[in-house]
Ligand binder design. Sequence first.
Ligand code: SAH
Length: 254
Amino acid sequence: MANPGTVWLVGAGPGDPELLTLKAVRVMNGADVALVDDLVNPAVLAHLKPGARVIHVGKRGGCKSTPQAFIEKLLVAEAQAGHAVVRLKGGDPFVFGRGGEETAALDAAGIPWQIVSGITAGIAAPAAAGIPVTHREAGRGVAFVTGHTKEDAAVDWQALARSGLTLVIYMGIARCEDIVAALRAGGLRADLPAAVIQHATLPQQRVVATTLARLPADIRAHGIGSPAILVIGEVANAARLAAQTLHKHQEAAA
Ligand code: SAH
């Protein structure tokens, strides 16, 4: 049950509605009102109770984005009105989801909040392409990085290149060319495996397995757009292998 006057920040997972947690379903079912981001699969909204209000605050779909300050005011106002509020976000609310800004605004207004973790795209998208984000024989760890930053908070790509970590990049399509150039300048080899996964875990999922140097051209050639996750590192080779295996199975079945 979602308590009145409380805001629940709920992760809706990467896309496939079955990747929702049981807790997300339970909390949604108790909510009076839901503020919904655009990356949330509409199928997920079936778990709201009949008559629950749905407010779309997303950026896509031709609508202008709802300013973050307005979303925060709305969360506070709905909770103060005594409603059980669900804030539904794609993936995990605290991974590149501005969840931290919203909980700070709620704290400032004295509104109680709870969080329901979701499966983040940075783990689910590689997995859906057959890529394990960590592997004992490939890399010492993984860095989750945004390709979209304010000028004053630029990512040090060259340092990341030297870190030996597998790179999982959110929102990286628009600046892919610059990111690849910076990683190459940092010493990553041209033929390092790389992959891009668009619409991960959804029926329209697309995977392109390539190399670091060819990544920008392949993204263009295949017409890959947002939302997509980039994976750079030895583990990305698994996407190529998975694709080949799939191909073989399809050939065998034909
Ligand atoms: N909170 C979300 C991330 C929001 S930022 C999470 O934890 O997953 C939005 C970015 O997430 C997109 O630009 C894209 O890089 C990534 N993303 C979200 N859903 C995705 C999907 N189904 N397939 C590929 N990338 C996705």
